[in-house]
Structure formats: C-alpha cells, structure tokens
Design a protein around this ligand. Structure first.
Ligand code: G6P
Length: 468
C-alpha cells in the first residue's frame, strides 16, 4: 500500500537546506524517506494568482512532493488566524491567549475543503492516507463527503487539552465531531487519549464500544503513539562533530574555552517557556554566584509565526529578559546568556548538544518535544550531560530519568541546573543509559511502524460510511 502523508507545511528538501522548522517536519521526513510515498500540503509560499492554487509535484528519491500555495487571505485566516491564534493556544492550555474569529474559522474550513478537492485526483484506491496536525482536523470528513473510502489516519502532534478547555473554543463540538471520519486517531500520550475521548463523549455525544469511539455509524480508534527521532543517525552526527571543523562548532568550542554550557533549542514560541527559562538561569546565577564566569547559557530560538502578535510580543520579551539579565549579571569578559535567533543545520545542532553539560527543555506545555530526545542521542556515553525536562512535555512520560521540573517554578528550575552541573559522572552515565535505551527503543522507525500497522490492521470502512 502506498503511503500518502498530508500536513500543513511541506518543505521540499534541497542541497543547501537549514534545519527544518519543527519536530513534525523532521520526523515525517525521516519516516517517509525510508518508505517512499506521496507528501501533500502547503508549499509555504503565498500566491494570489490562480496558478498558485494548482498542485505542483516534485520527485526526490522515493518521495513525491505535491504542494500548493495559499492565497494571502487563506494564510491570514486558516494558518495565522484559526490554526495559530485559536487552536494552538487553546490546545496548549492557554485560554488567555486564544483569539477566535468567525472569519478565521470559515477560512480554516475552506482551506480544508480545497485541500480535499486537490488531493482526490492524486489518490489511488489502496493508498493509506495519514493526515497530520491541528491545521487539518476536518480534512478526513471533507474527503469522506466526496466519497473517499480509503483508510484514513490522523496524528495530533500537539497536546489535546481537557474537554473543559477545548470546549471554550467556539464550534468545538462541530470540529471535534469531524474526528469520527478517521479510522485511527493517534496522539502523543495517555493524558491526550483521556482528554480527547472525554471531549468526544461530552461535546458531541460519542459512545465507547469495545475500546473504540462510536459516532453515528462510524468507529474510530484513539491511541497514544509517542513520536521519536532517528536516534542512530543523530548519535552519529553528534559523534562526528567531535572531529568536525565546521565554523559554528569550532567557534563555539573556542569561545567557551573551559566554561560549561547550558543549552536550550526551541522555535521562538510561548509554549516553550523561553522567557521563564532565561529567568531561571538568572536565578541560578544569583543563588550560586560561584558559577558566575564559569558557565554560559546558549538559547537557540529560530523565529516562528512572526506575523502573529503574540509571537512578536514574545520576541520582544525574550530580548528584554536576556538584555536585562546580561546587564545585571555579566562581567567585562563574560556574557551569561546568548540568545541566537536563527536556525542551524542538524549537524551544527548535534555538535552544540554534545558540547553542552546541561540540556534545558522546559516548555510550559508540549505535545512530545523532540529536543529532549535529540539532546540525549547527542551525548558522549563516556561523559554525558544531564537533561532538565518539564513535566508538561509529553516526553516526560517516557523520560523519567531526566531531572523533572515544573517550569512555572523558577527556583526549582534554577536548583535543577545546579544539581545537573554538580552531578557525579557515575550518576550521569546511569541516567543517560536508561534514557538512551528508551528513546532508542521508541525511535522514529518504531513510531511509524506501530502507527501504520495499527492503521492498516483496521478493517476498511464500508462504502456508505460517511460520518453522520
Ligand atoms: C509544531 C507543529 C507543526 C508545525 C511546526 C512549525 O511542531 O506541531 O505542525 O509545522 O510547529 O510551525 P510552523 O507554523 O512554522 O509550520
């Protein structure tokens, strides 16, 4: 069976590419390149001419990329508006940041309809269709409405909030009911499974039957599949960085000298807790002045969704916080915090992680967080660094051997940084080995296989199985 992946953003790989923007893009590319298939979605470009709405296909190895542009109004309503000012904050439990507009919601539904119409001519009867993330929740319902009977799965990369939180979103009941058009809905954790099922039951009257969710005449399986990374490939990249003479890695080594390094790597997004993390590092230096001049923090934060006002505000706040802390705590020959707002290649990232004694992964809420897994994969097994991980990242469900913290408590995070820097080598090795074993056993190959086995094992829907 051919695999057809659909996601909002599709980046066609080229030779000079920088790091992909998010965990989803990296993970899906790794999954699809091995197996081959079709990947359909938005090109990332905006084009108001009719030609932009046509589907362009490009072949790269075993993968066919099929992309379409968005019009400026679609980008505003579907992508920036409903997806990223309503769904994103709501699903990250941030009701106070949620901005709902009916125009945005109409645009979201319209793009899902347009994607369905554009995808249908590319489909073959046996294709396994796998749709990704919150931008495309109603896509299967649109496909079913047009007679598509293939197996269709959905994977939700971000958290699914409790029914009380999701229910605050206008049209939440209509939206969640479109989940009934999928054969399999995958989420990251058991908490997400519980939240989604209770939402389906309380918001649109779904019933549980034999472990499946029944809505009208259709049955949907809801299950957790914690996403992983290509551990082996990343481990090799990081090990090679020890010998590499590429500029970013060499320059970092030289500029740090004997100083220790605490690293954070995130899209510049309020869900990642970047400002709170900088404050925690400042708190650590205040509480433990003996570390001043001996350790530095590097925060890599490529800008994201910069046209959304809440992101522009975060950008300003993180600059302000880093500037204020550097001015208060720095010395003429030592800058405590470096915030670098750009994307680096996977090579350079692997090298940075390996050089860092502490990986700070402290999101306020996160579906999984693959940086936590990359940091562990990149460590030197003979002298590994320590991961400090937010309990609100999905990864914390699997990675209990990290130092688990509550990112809302600056003092707790500051103390975890101190503990990590002081941790004896034997304990670092013990924790690292357990963490490595887990991420290796549940790597990207495992994730893809488990999901696709589950989706293909599900009985094909009957011809008349449009959602009721
Ligand atoms: C997160 C989301 C992805 C998204 C990525 C980058 O990982 O789960 O769906 O693609 O962020 O965000 P962007 O808005 O730039 O595509």
């Amino acid at each position: 069976m051919r695999l057809v992946i659909v996601s909002n953003r599709v980046t066609i790989p080229d030779r000079h590419e920088k790091a992909a923007a998010g965990g989803l893009a990296v993970a899906l590319r790794e999954a699809l390149e091995k197996r081959g298939g079709l990947w359909f979605g938005w090109s990332g470009d905006v084009n108001d001419a009719a030609a932009g709405q046509a589907v362009r296909t490009v072949q790269r190895g075993k993968v066919t990329y099929a992309v379409t542009d968005l019009t400026e109004s679609e980008r505003q309503t579907y992508y920036l508006g409903f997806s990223n000012r309503a769904l994103w904050p709501n699903m990250h439990y941030r009701l106070g940041l949620t901005e709902f507009s009916r125009t945005d919601y109409a645009g979201y539904l319209a793009v899902n309809r347009r994607f369905a119409k554009a995808l249908i001519p590319l489909l073959k009867p046996d294709d396994l269709i796998w749709i990704h993330d919150y931008h495309l929740i109603p896509l299967a319902a649109e496909l079913r409405r047009r007679g598509v009977t293939n197996r269709i799965g959905y994977f939700h990369h971000i958290p699914w909030p409790p029914a009380e939180v999701f229910g605050a979103l206008p049209f939440s009941a209509t939206l969640i009911s479109t989940m009934g058009a999928y054969d399999l809905v995958g989420v990251q954790t058991q908490v997400d499974v519980r939240n989604l099922i209770s939402g389906l039951v309380s918001l649109c009257g779904a019933r549980m039957e034999g472990g499946k969710v029944r809505m009208g005449r259709r049955e949907t399986t809801v299950q957790a599949f914690p996403i992983g990374i290509d551990v082996e490939a990343f481990r090799k990249l990081a090990a090679a960085s020890e010998r590499a003479a590429t500029r970013p890695i060499k320059a970092t080594r030289e500029s740090l000298g004997a100083r220790k390094l605490v690293i954070g790597v995130d899209r510049l997004d309020y869900s990642k807790g970047i400002v709170q993390r900088l404050e925690a590092f400042g708190q650590f230096l205040r509480s433990h002045p003996e570390h001043r001049g001996r350790v530095g923090m590097l925060q890599i934060a490529p800008p994201s969704r910069t046209d959304v006002p809440e992101y522009a505000e975060l950008d300003r706040q993180s600059d302000e916080t880093a500037g204020r802390l550097n001015a208060a705590l720095g010395e003429f020959d030592w800058t405590p915090i470096r915030v670098v707002k750009k994307a680096y290649s996977r090579n350079a990232l692997a090298g940075f992680y390996r050089r860092a004694q502490v990986g700070l992964v402290t999101p306020m809420r996160d579906g999984m967080n693959l940086v936590a897994k990359e940091y562990i994969a990149a460590q030197d097994p003979a002298d590994p660094g320590v991961l400090v991980l937010s309990r609100f990242a999905g990864a914390a469900q699997q990675m209990g051997e990290a130092l688990i913290v509550n990112p809302y408590d600056t003092h707790e995070v500051a103390e975890a940084i101190r503990t990590a820097l002081a941790m004896p080598k034997s304990e670092r090795i013990r924790r690292f080995e357990r963490l490595y074993e887990i991420i290796d056993a549940t790597d990207i190959g495992w994730w893809t296989q488990c999901y696709l086995d589950a989706l293909s094992g599900i009985e094909a829907p009957a011809q008349d199985s449009a959602p009721k």
